[in-house]
Design a protein around this ligand. Structure first.
Ligand SMILES: O=P(O)(O)OC[C@H]1O[C@](O)(COP(=O)(O)O)[C@@H](O)[C@@H]1O
Ligand SMILES: [Mg+2]
Ligand SMILES: [Mg+2]
Length: 335
């Protein structure tokens, strides 16, 4: 009789965390099959309600949340905090882990057959539920995301580099594709939702203006822009070929701290990005040094190749007259 094959190749996963990662992989594998069926799996993208923060919830947001929550009940998780739930749930009182999850990221893309994902973050559980999550992101013991796209993949870190696994459709196993993912340094791509330009702060406008000015501007080179509207897809592209992502704060009501959530999205992505040799900030400060004040708080988020992210920080430090969008030749950046 054949031995049962594990759902993921386990070599880089600490033994104490294998049950948890295996539980997550099983749900991701099942989700990837539903997602691949699109409308044949039902109206996955239909609106069904609103979450704690007033975001629209789609049917697949809730399905994914329920599936992850129930699958990891016996996987050593004490506290389960989900973007889709108001409160933290206690799953196993003796559990070692606190798991924060964005069960379905990029939900505006569910119906249009564009990559979406799941983002997760793992801390050591404390006795206090909230205190297990409201702490600096650098205290995470693991973080990762699943991306459901042309390939389903898992990008994972335990703080010793980043591993890239790909779901092999035939065996339904996550197979290691790269045991040390590093962000390539050369890329001239930036990702930002440019429709919000008029709402941005002057440093962000100045940074983007200089990219758009291309070889006629202070950067003296041309750039390309990408915006998928799935954080996992943007992260995957940047891990694969470099570049920079920005979701800054802006002046729209509700966007004073940007759009993305510290606990469920930014802290885990920042952990992966740093482990892959990149940088992640809130525009000027290291994201992993930030302690979330509330579970569902949002934060401005900038990440990618280190020198690009540092440049955004430098724009935030520029004197006011240098930052002005009308100031054509920013001295600091003339090259
Ligand atoms: O629609 P916008 O404002 O461009 O925002 C896109 C961003 O919102 C998100 O979809 C938010 O995540 P959710 O889908 O989990 O709510 C990110 O994946 C993406 O980067
Ligand atoms: Mg999300
Ligand atoms: Mg989500």
């Amino acid at each position: 009789m054949n031995a049962i094959q594990p759902v993921i190749e386990p070599h880089h996963i600490p033994a104490g965390s294998l049950a948890l990662i295996t539980g997550l992989c099983r749900v991701a594998e099942a989700l990837s099959r539903s997602i691949a069926m699109g409308p044949l799996a039902g109206a996955l993208g239909r609106e069904v309600g609103q979450n704690a923060d007033g975001d629209t919830q789609k049917a697949l947001d809730l399905q994914a949340d329920i599936a992850f929550c129930s699958a990891i009940r016996n996987c050593g998780v004490r506290w389960y905090a989900s973007e889709e739930q108001d409160e933290i749930q206690e799953l196993a009182p003796e559990g070692r882990f606190a798991l924060a999850i964005d069960p379905l990221d990029g939900s505006s893309n569910i119906d249009v057959n564009v990559s979406i994902g799941t983002i997760f973050s793992v801390f050591e559980a404390k006795a206090d539920a909230e205190g297990s999550f409201l702490r600096p992101g650098r205290e995470q013991i693991a973080a990762g995301y699943f991306i459901y796209g042309p390939q389903t993949a898992l990008i994972l870190t335990f703080g010793a580099g980043v591993q890239h696994y790909v779901l092999e459709p035939m065996t339904r196993r996550f197979r290691l594709a790269n045991d040390r993912l590093l962000i390539p340094e050369s890329s001239s791509e930036f990702a930002i939702n440019a429709s919000n330009y008029r709402h941005w702060s002057r440093p962000v406008r100045a940074y983007i203006d200089d990219c758009l000015a291309g070889d006629q501007g202070p950067r003296a080179k041309n750039f390309n822009m990408r915006w998928v509207a799935s954080l996992v897809a943007e992260t995957h592209r940047i891990l694969s070929r470099g570049g920079i992502f920005l979701y800054p704060s802006d002046s729209r009501p509700g966007y004073e701290k940007g759009r993305l959530r510290t606990v469920y999205e930014c802290a885990p992505i920042a952990f992966l990005i740093e482990q892959a040799g990149g940088r992640a900030t809130s525009g000027s400060d290291r994201l992993l040094d930030h302690t979330a004040v509330t579970l569902h708080e949002r934060t401005p988020f900038v990440f990618g190749t280190a020198d690009k992210v540092d440049r955004v920080t430098a724009y935030h430090d520029l004197p006011e007259q240098e930052v002005s969008a009308l100031f054509g030749a920013r001295g600091l950046f003339r090259s």
